[in-house]
Design a protein around this ligand. Structure first.
Ligand SMILES: NC(=O)c1ccc[n+]([C@@H]2O[C@H](COP(=O)([O-])OP(=O)(O)OC[C@H]3O[C@@H](n4cnc5c(N)ncnc54)[C@H](OP(=O)(O)O)[C@@H]3O)[C@@H](O)[C@H]2O)c1
Length: 244
């Protein structure tokens, strides 16, 4: 197998009750990792926990006290910041600032809070580690209508670069992945519309949306020792869309 063994490595996956997060939990548990599956409620986490044997940990990542209390005693080797909020489709002139604030709260501030408290545990563990932030193609190119979401993910990519700089001396690597569309509940209502889907795919060399597993694979690669010298990158998983 191309990936390394994750035995004796505890990895926190936020957004584990979602489509991409669930695929990451499945792949990581299959690679022998001790996975902590995180979402906003135990009920939403129950299916992936029952399927994979991952340990559930429910907390609201928009609350600093909730994140701090959830993570303060857990030994961690790795983190996948996968929780997310899709925002709205609107031009700048119609931007809903409550949606903008929510996108920043979940996608940017939430990932920062998890990184803040998880990295303390990882540094204390003294074994190095890896963090992967699930960003978006929307952070790399202008996508019409995606102002709030794109801004929140571009800020996340900046968090990736600065965290890579600061945590590198502790042997902790930090990277982003920037996927194209995956047909999860977050994306289906917009990207599932034929008049949106086809013109978009006509611009993409590979000409199709990604699957959850095609996003989980590069995430687990970046977590693994196969990526031991990769830190601070924003890796498109986009069928070539952002080369234009
Ligand atoms: N789908 C796409 O086309 C696409 C493309 C590029 C990037 N992405 C990114 O990939 C990641 C996963 O997307 P997805 O499509 O798999 O999303 P999804 O199925 O909608 O899942 C979203 C996840 O985020 C969690 N979450 C949201 N707000 C939270 C909060 N306040 N506290 C704790 N957990 C919270 C949800 O938990 P609950 O279930 O408990 O609500 C759920 O597990 C996101 O960061 C997204 O921006 C997605």
């Amino acid at each position: 197998m191309w990936t390394t063994d994750f035995a004796h490595r505890t990895v926190l996956v936020t957004g584990a009750s979602g489509g991409i997060g669930g695929a990451v939990v499945r792949l990581l548990t299959g690679c022998g990792a001790d996975v902590i599956a995180s979402g906003s409620s135990p009920e939403r986490l129950a299916p992936i926990v029952a399927e994979t044997g991952a340990r559930p940990l429910a907390f609201d990542l928009t609350s600093e006290s909730a994140v701090r209390d959830a993570l303060h005693e857990i030994p961690l080797w790795g983190v996948v910041n996968c929780a997310g909020f899709g925002g709205e489709i609107a031009p700048p002139s119609d931007a809903d600032l409550a949606v903008f604030d929510r996108a920043i709260d979940v996608n940017t501030r939430g990932a920062l809070l998890v990184t803040k408290y998880a990295s303390r545990r990882m540094i204390a563990g003294g074994r190095g580690g890896a963090i992967v932030n699930v960003s978006s193609q929307a952070a790399l190119v202008g996508l019409a209508g995606h102002l709030s979401y794109a801004a929140s993910k571009a800020a996340l990519d900046s968090i990736t670069r600065v965290s890579a700089l600061e945590l590198g001396p502790h042997g902790i690597r930090v990277n982003s992945v920037n996927p194209t569309v995956v047909m999860t509940p977050m994306s289906a209502s917009y990207w599932g519309r034929e008049e949106i889907r086809q013109p978009f795919l006509d611009q993409m060399p590979l000409g199709r949306y990604a699957t959850e597993e095609e996003v989980a694979g590069p995430i687990v690669f970046l977590l693994s020792d196969a990526a031991a010298m990769i830190s601070g990158v924003c890796l498109p998983i986009d069928g070539g869309y952002t080369i234009r």
